[in-house]
Design a protein around this ligand. Structure first.
Ligand code: SER
Length: 317
């Protein structure tokens, strides 16, 4: 039986992944862990333990205690925070991966999911429809950690036959759990502010186009790649994943269709430089060819769903 350990289960992706895996595979088969407690939905829907991924002995104990077969390593420091704490970001993002790769190498687990990001690309990468294989010279600390991580995943597959699967997530938009410390987080904040203030001060310029994805699609992709036949996986670093590409002005226009008085200002800060180094759009043909990946939500559908669910969550009628 597959028994999954989610590390970083209270984060933006981890929280929804935990709930979806519990729904699909049964409560007993998913152990959620994080360094802090999460939402009541997460805490009350199955096993939860406090676990610091930097404490390797604690991770091993948890894996042995629950007879874990696969690990989803969702704990990481994102791009904006990583620029402020470069050494901490390197330590967390690299040491955590190294611990989990070691577990697989030592035969304690048989499969790993590790998230990469569009941040692996840099200013010298072709910006439009960025191919799966291309120039990668990331200039953000976060991007450096993700590219290094990808090389480790590929290395462990080729040298130790470790089944480690990965996706280069675009910016992720969700309403259940807030993101923290990312450059693409503006595309979540904007919906919150539209509903509570009718106005948003955007920290990116109006024409900053980035690849984005709705969380429903991201969770679907995560489960799909983990359930794909081993023989269908041809990329052992990380798969490009597209979604929708848009800029702050375009997202504002879709919000105005629902909230006509909504207004937006642009006050770019240090995150502009990070965003400018990333692609505008992503070519994910290889993920489609290998494991049938296709996204569902376009910008209009994302906006409709975000506003609907955030209204309910905030008690706005
Ligand atoms: N969404 C992430 C960030 O902005 C990129 O993977 O840091």
């Amino acid at each position: 039986m597959t028994k999954s350990l989610i590390i970083g289960a209270c984060g933006q992706i981890g929280s929804e992944l935990t709930l979806e895996l519990r729904k699909q595979r049964g409560t007993e088969s998913v152990v959620a862990t994080d360094i802090r407690e999460g939402s009541s939905a997460l805490m009350n829907s199955g096993i939860f333990e406090i676990l610091d991924v930097m404490d390797k002995t604690a991770v091993i104990n948890c894996v042995e205690k629950h007879e874990i077969t696969e690990v989803y390593l969702m704990a990481a420091m994102l791009s904006a925070t990583a620029e402020k704490y470069p050494k901490k970001a390197w330590d967390l993002n690299m040491t955590s991966l190294s611990h989990i790769l070691d577990l697989a190498h030592d035969g304690l687990i048989s499969k790993i999911f590790w998230p990469s990001s569009i941040a692996v690309f840099g200013p010298t990468t072709p910006k439009k429809n960025t191919p799966q294989v291309t120039i990668m010279e990331p200039t953000s600390v976060y991007g450096i950690t993700k590219l290094a991580g990808e090389r480790w995943c590929d290395y462990y597959y080729h040298n130790h036959n470790i089944d480690v699967r990965s996706i280069r997530y675009p910016g992720l938009i969700s309403w259940k759990t807030d993101p923290g410390g990312g450059t693409t987080d503006y595309a979540v904040e904007i919906y919150h502010k539209a509903l509570t203030n009718g106005h948003y001060n955007c920290f990116l310029k109006e024409d900053t186009e980035l690849p984005m994805m709705y969380m429903n699609d991201a969770i679907k992709a995560t489960i799909a790649i983990m359930e794909a036949d081993f023989s269908d996986i041809t990329v052992w670093a990380s798969y490009n994943l597209g979604g929708v590409s848009f800029n702050p002005q375009e997202i504002a226009v879709t919000i105005q269709k629902h909230i006509p008085g909504f207004s937006i200002d642009y006050q770019p800060d240090f995150r502009q430089k990070i965003a400018d180094s990333w692609p505008n759009s992503i070519d994910d043909q290889v993920a489609f060819d290998d494991w049938g990946w296709q996204h569902e939500f376009d910008l209009d559908a994302i906006t409709k769903d975000m506003l609907l669910n955030l209204k309910i969550k905030k008690g706005i009628s």
